[in-house]
Design a protein around this ligand. Structure first.
Ligand SMILES: [Zn+2]
Length: 236
């Protein structure tokens, strides 16, 4: 995705090009009129060829403008996550959850390159509350992780947790999940949530933030825009 500055620069260049071609077309029409009036056949043919070339350039430029406009309309934050990373996160959460039959949670960071966020690293905060239907993070532990990320120029880009039941519906965020997500969005974090079910479904969600998520690689099936299924859930 082009940055806003680059988009603006490109639009200005296209518009300048368009203006140049439009002026050239007017000149050519004017010249063609005179050539026709004076019955200069060869000159007429030459001008018509030039006019056709200009038309081609103009349609190319308007295609560029249309493409630019459609890219600008989609200003949702785009996230990419690898299928292997997603499987590893699922296994990690499941392993933690199975220790005591309770929910587990990880923080996720990664690189932000040209506006694209690539989720590829987890940190495990200590949990202050943990049950079969709820999990919350210890404040001090959370602060330490966020400071560490900040020290290395990284940010919190997602938080993943699991629900201790199966099926697509098990991935629906609870009211508390939405409340946590809302706090992060209010705090200015570019972070989305994801809920894993016991059998490998994973749903990404936010409260207000509009975003897109794409899974890179094989072994994870897209069910809906924000819902995926890890096909092989046996731990390696
Ligand atoms: Zn939850």
């Amino acid at each position: 995705m082009l940055s806003h500055g680059k988009q603006e620069e490109m639009r200005q260049k296209i518009q300048t090009g368009n203006q140049f071609i439009e002026n050239r077309l007017n000149d050519l029409f004017e010249n063609l009129k005179h050539a026709c009036e004076n019955l200069e056949k060869e000159k007429c043919n030459q001008l018509v060829d030039e006019l056709l070339n200009c038309e081609e350039v103009m349609s190319g430029l308007s295609f560029c403008l249309d493409t630019l406009a459609s890219e600008e309309k989609d200003n949702r934050q785009k996230y990419v996550v690898g299928s292997l990373f997603l499987r590893d996160c699922f296994n990690l959460l499941l392993k933690e959850a199975r220790k005591n039959d309770k929910e587990s949670l990880v923080y996720v960071t990664g690189m932000k390159v040209s506006g694209l966020i690539i989720l590829d690293r987890v940190s495990m905060p200590q949990l202050s509350e943990q049950s079969g239907v709820y999990v919350s993070v210890d404040h001090e532990s959370s602060k330490a992780i966020l400071c560490d990320l900040d020290k290395y120029g990284h940010g919190l880009h997602a938080w993943f947790h699991n629900h201790t039941s199966k099926g697509e519906s098990a991935t629906l965020p609870s009211n508390k999940d939405f409340a946590t997500q809302e706090r992060l969005e209010r705090g200015g974090y570019d972070a989305v949530g994801a809920v894993f079910s016991e059998d490998g479904f994973v749903r990404f969600f936010s409260k207000q933030t509009e975003f897109k998520i794409e899974v890179f690689g094989k072994g994870v099936k897209k069910i809906e825009d924000f819902l995926f299924k890890i096909e092989e859930t046996t731990e390696l």
